[in-house]
Design a protein around this ligand. Structure first.
Ligand code: 4NP
Length: 161
């Protein structure tokens, strides 16, 4: 079992999008039983809120859906997960502040797995939810390909594959 927590600031746009996109990819590859996947925000500013409507609309347009309520990342989450996947450099600094610089070995920026490492375009400021969705799809695909190579022994494919 590989546990993955996607992290952004508010946990209403980017990280729940990554959680749902990555969960769908994993499901389509018959790998659901090998993963625990969730998302959190570094801030509690949106605690309890659903996915931000424009982000939800973009997901639905691409056939992705799922239940979500925003929750803040805790030190316990960081300790318990295998991979903590942040959306941008600001999230990385916030997580390292929470952990006092520890656990850096399990913290990655999502787009560090892509061909061109960068921050996920933040739709809160760009208002470009399609671009954020495209970044997140590219990053999630590259992250899953990385795990299939690096963590082969931890993955069990279900009977259909
Ligand atoms: P997220 O988007 O971090 O992708 O969920 C944001 C949500 C709320 C705020 C900023 C970004 N905010 O400033 O309240």
């Amino acid at each position: 079992m590989i546990s993955v927590c996607f992290v952004c600031l508010g946990n209403i746009c980017r990280s729940p999008t990554a959680e749902l996109v990555f969960s769908k990819m994993v499901e389509e590859e018959g790998l659901s039983h090998s993963f625990e996947i969730f998302s959190r925000g570094t801030s509690d500013c949106e605690e309890g809120n659903p996915i931000y409507p424009p982000a939800r609309a973009t997901l639905e347009k691409h056939g992705v859906s799922g239940a979500h309520r925003a929750a803040q990342l805790t030190l316990r989450d960081v300790i318990n997960v295998d991979y903590l996947i942040v959306m941008d450099s600001s999230n990385l600094m916030d997580v390292l502040a929470l952990t006092a610089g520890r656990f850096g070995e399990k913290i990655y920026k999502l787009m560090s797995f892509a061909n061109a490492p960068r921050d996920v375009a933040d739709p809160w400021y760009t208002r470009d939810f399609e671009r954020a969705y495209a970044d997140i799809c590219e990053g999630c695909r590259a992250f899953l390909d990385y795990l299939k190579e690096e963590k082969k022994e931890a993955l069990a494919y279900d009977g259909r594959h």
